[in-house]
Design a protein around this ligand. Structure first.
Ligand code: UD1
Length: 367
């Protein structure tokens, strides 16, 4: 079996690392030729290379080096660069993860060449078509042959869209596989100077809806300043956000730092009193770590983190954000539970399904 395993942007790297490893640990007589494809959607050292190092990922076998651009430019460049790679390597499967532009671009390219596509983290829905990721999720799921989901709600979403059960596999969460594998190393790292475990907050912000308009960004950061007056807030600034911070005053309690690589960031989150974020993956990581999370968005494609985890959807009203943070600082954070199958073995389940498909295909050919 030959597979192209695709990653393009920061959150993809944590999702592919355990899959890449599981292909070797689960071989058990099967043979698999797995080539790692980096689209180059993220390319800066602190958005890409540092993650490969922290996660023990090998150098990509193929780097498409597409870089940044508008959605159409970036998606089109990935497709144009990925098509010849697919034609040259003729994989049995293209495996894509998550919901970034690289995900949909490579899925579409492969499918039109008649190559089967497996989508890891399928079925998540925010029902918010103003999010580029929601469009990427819908399009990728519509054309993928195998849909690997992180929870039962995602399975239901796919069923409601008419996807046959045979294509859907509830396997768990490969991002959490990585967290479980790396948390021991992360906890050994020292915290940045001046921070005490349980006595600081962490902030991440990068959604276009929150950071692209100066007014929205200023309103959210007004709330963060108020929280920073009560407890230190560490703010690793995403490049999209960094370019829009000019002219916005941050109080001394809010410490803006460069984007962090995987292990230092995991270490920071694991010991935080709370996390404020608009990210998707961080909602899941905080749930598993048992750290209170306030998600500054009107919706989430990961409702399980609110239903049973530590996540609270607080929207972007500054007063609500400060009120919910005060509630946590007052000792009222709720304890959460960990979703089913977020046990560190999702990638093994995925690879087992792919190997079993290869066996079935082999039997059909022999018949
Ligand atoms: C992308 C994903 C988003 C994901 C996020 C994680 C899409 C549609 N969006 O958003 O789902 O949550 O990554 O970070 O795929 N830049 C750099 N260095 C880099 C990459 C980007 O400086 O390595 C800068 C560029 O100025 C670029 C901007 O960041 O224009 C935004 O990058 P882009 O990949 O377009 O979108 P993200 O906001 O990172």
């Amino acid at each position: 079996m030959k597979c192209l395993l695709v990653a393009g942007a920061r959150p993809n790297f944590m999702k592919i690392a355990p899959i890449q490893r599981a292909f070797f640990s689960r071989r058990n007589g099967h043979s698999a030729d797995v080539l790692l494809v980096h689209t180059g959607q993220h390319y800066s050292r602190n958005m890409s290379d540092d993650f490969f190092r922290d996660l023990g990922l090998p150098e990509p076998d193929i780097n498409l080096e597409v870089g940044s651009g508008s959605h159409a430019e970036q998606t089109a460049r990935i497709m144009m660069a990925f098509e010849p790679a697919c034609q040259e390597h003729r994989p049995d499967w293209v495996i894509v993860v998550g919901d970034v532009n690289s995900t949909v671009a490579c899925a579409l390219t492969a499918k039109k060449l008649g190559v089967r596509v497996a989508h890891v983290e399928a079925g998540l829905r925010s029902r918010d078509m103003s999010m580029p990721e929601e469009i990427n999720r819908l399009c990728t799921d519509a054309i993928s042959d195998l849909l690997f989901t992180t929870d039962a709600a995602a399975v239901e979403n796919l069923r409601k869209e008419g996807v046959a059960d045979a294509r859907i596999h509830f396997v768990g969460n490969t991002m959490i596989d990585t967290l479980r594998q790396q948390i021991g190393r992360a906890r050994q790292l020292p915290l940045p100077d001046g921070l005490t475990p349980g006595q600081y907050a962490v902030l991440t912000l990068h959604r276009p809806a929150n950071v692209d308009s100066p007014d929205s960004l200023a309103l959210i950061l007004g709330a963060i300043n108020a929280i920073g007056d009560r407890i230190p807030v560490v703010f690793p600034v995403h490049p999209r956000t960094a370019s829009r911070l000019n002219g916005i005053e941050l109080h001394s309690g809010v410490r803006a730092v460069e984007p962090m690589s995987y292990l230092p960031f995991l270490s920071l989150v694991a010991s935080a009193r709370m996390v404020l974020t608009d990210s998707g993956g961080i909602q899941e990581e905080t749930t598993v770590l048992g750290v209170p999370c306030l998600t500054m968005r009107p919706n989430t494609e990961r409702p399980i983190t609110c239903e049973i985890g530590t996540n609270v959807l607080v929207g972007t009203d500054p007063q609500r954000i400060v009120r919910e943070a005060d509630w946590i600082l007052g000792g009222h954070a709720r304890a959460g539970a960990i979703p089913e199958k977020w046990d560190g073995r999702a990638a093994e389940r995925i690879v087992d399904v792919l190997f079993s498909q290869a066996v079935q295909a082999h039997c059909l050919v022999r018949e």
